[in-house]
Design a protein around this ligand. Structure first.
Ligand code: NAD
Ligand code: MG
Length: 401
């Protein structure tokens, strides 16, 4: 699978945390990778400096109100990169024949169509954007099978599982000789905090992750442990496993990134510093191990590795995700949409931390769950659930005002 030929890359979400780590690795291997295109939503100054440094052929800004400003900055700086705007351009770029790999680093359902487009065009997809898979896993995996697209998980847990599976393992198939997998979870900043104080948690406290430095949405998801729920769904699609085959162990040191338990009793684990450049470099290398800039772990300094069962009562979002897999159909898409809106409302200080799980639960109970038919249906459903959740939040805010 691996090859040292120079690869043309599209980096979606190049201005975010996954983007930063990806661009750092790319800059260490100028003969191995060429940046064909980058995208970002609103940080146009960062897009300009990335264009200056990596000279991509295209830069795509998804927020259309910033197009003219970006164009003028690029022209003034004398940069040759062509400026494009909007989701359709993003989709087109991912499907260009020159493109070898797409790195999916957009946060949320906004990344779903570019992910699907990349897979349909048979590109190697390096997937960080877990929401795309939670929303449209059935369609993405089907398109990957039909178009022989290789998906490589970048999420550290799924990448760890991928590293512990044989080199010829292809994502989307149930691995041979497997008993179960164990996803590790740091537990987030509040796993040992008294639940009765959850309502007082502020966005900044929720975003201060003990081990990982990430974007704000995934940081809040880690704090509610919805992140682990989304990751169970992600693993369900990537490794074609029932949710009962996907265990979760809270491992506060974040050194073991996940484990594969085989039928003979062997357990294979991947260990390393909590540094996203490790899983991203394994993806970029297509299983070749290339330098990533990460430090080698000092296990004597770490001293102890601990494991605890998750507290489903304190963090009900994990159970919601398990339930959504069991129900199937659009249940996972609904959970993803309500969660994106409730997290956003918490970050904007409209609702309390504990309200996130409550609203997620409430909308899951209210919504009609059907079979998945098409991507258009999922886009419409995503919109509908977002609207419904926003209405519910408005009602709650007005009651408490
Ligand atoms: P981030 O907020 O730092 O960056 C998000 C990126 O998406 C930015 O480039 C932003 O411009 C872009 N974006 C935001 N809204 C957009 C929209 N509407 N349309 C197009 N682009 C948009 O987030 P992140 O931490 O880099 O996470 C990105 C994805 O990777 C998430 O799905 C997250 O769950 C996953 N992930 C992140 C980490 C991590 O360490 N940061 C680890 C595992 C998985
Ligand atoms: Mg993860």
């Amino acid at each position: 699978m691996s090859s040292t030929q120079c690869k043309n890359l599209v980096v979606l979400g190049a201005t975010g945390s996954i983007g930063d780590n990806t661009m750092d690795i790319i800059s260490r291997h100028p003969h191995r990778f060429k940046v064909f295109a980058i995208s970002g939503h609103s940080n146009i100054n960062k897009l300009v400096s990335l264009c200056q440094k990596f000279s991509p052929k295209y830069v795509v800004v998804s927020n259309s109100s910033l197009y003219k400003q970006l164009l003028s900055l690029i022209n003034t700086a004398g940069i040759k990169t062509k400026v494009l705007v909007g989701k359709q351009e993003l989709i087109n770029i991912c499907q260009q024949p020159e493109v070898d790999m797409v790195i999916a680093g957009i946060v949320g359902s906004a990344g779903m169509e570019p992910v699907l487009a990349s897979v349909k065009a048979g590109k190697d997809l390096l997937l960080a954007n877990k929401e795309a898979l939670v929303l449209a896993g059935e369609l993405v995996m089907q398109a990957a099978r039909e178009n022989n697209a290789n998906i490589i998980p970048l999420d550290s847990e799924h990448n760890a599982i991928y590293q512990c599976l044989p080199d010829d393992y292809i994502v989307g198939h149930t691995p041979n000789d497997l008993d179960k997998i164990i996803l590790t979870a740091s537990g987030g900043p509040f796993w040992d905090r008294d639940q009765s104080t959850f309502a007082q948690i502020t966005p900044d406290q929720a975003c201060a992750h003990p081990n990982w430095d990430m974007g704000r949405k995934i940081s809040v998801d880690s704090a509610t442990m919805m992140n682990k729920g989304l990751e169970i769904i992600e693993a369900h699609w990537l490794f074609k496993l029932d949710e009962a085959k996907i265990d979760v162990h809270v491992h506060p040191q974040s050194i073991i990134h996940s484990m594969v338990c085989y039928k003979d009793g062997s357990v294979l684990a991947q260990l390393g510093e909590p540094d996203m450049r490790i899983p991203i470099s394994y993806g970029l290398g297509l299983r070749d191990r290339i330098t990533s800039g990460a430090n080698l772990i000092d296990l004597i300094k770490v001293g102890k590795l601990q494991f605890f069962p998750p507290n489903y009562q304190k963090f009900p979002c994990i159970a919601l995700a398990r339930e959504a897999i069991k129900i199937g159909g659009t249940a996972m898409a609904i959970l993803n949409a309500v969660n994106e809106v409730s997290v956003d409302a918490f970050l904007n200080k409209q609702i309390s931390f504990s309200a996130i799980a409550n609203i997620n639960q409430q909308i899951m109970q209210q919504a009609d769950i059907t079979a998945i038919e098409s991507v258009q249906q999922l886009i419409a459903l995503d919109d509908e659930i977002r609207h419904l959740t926003e209405q519910e939040i408005k009602k709650k805010v007005s009651i408490h005002a």
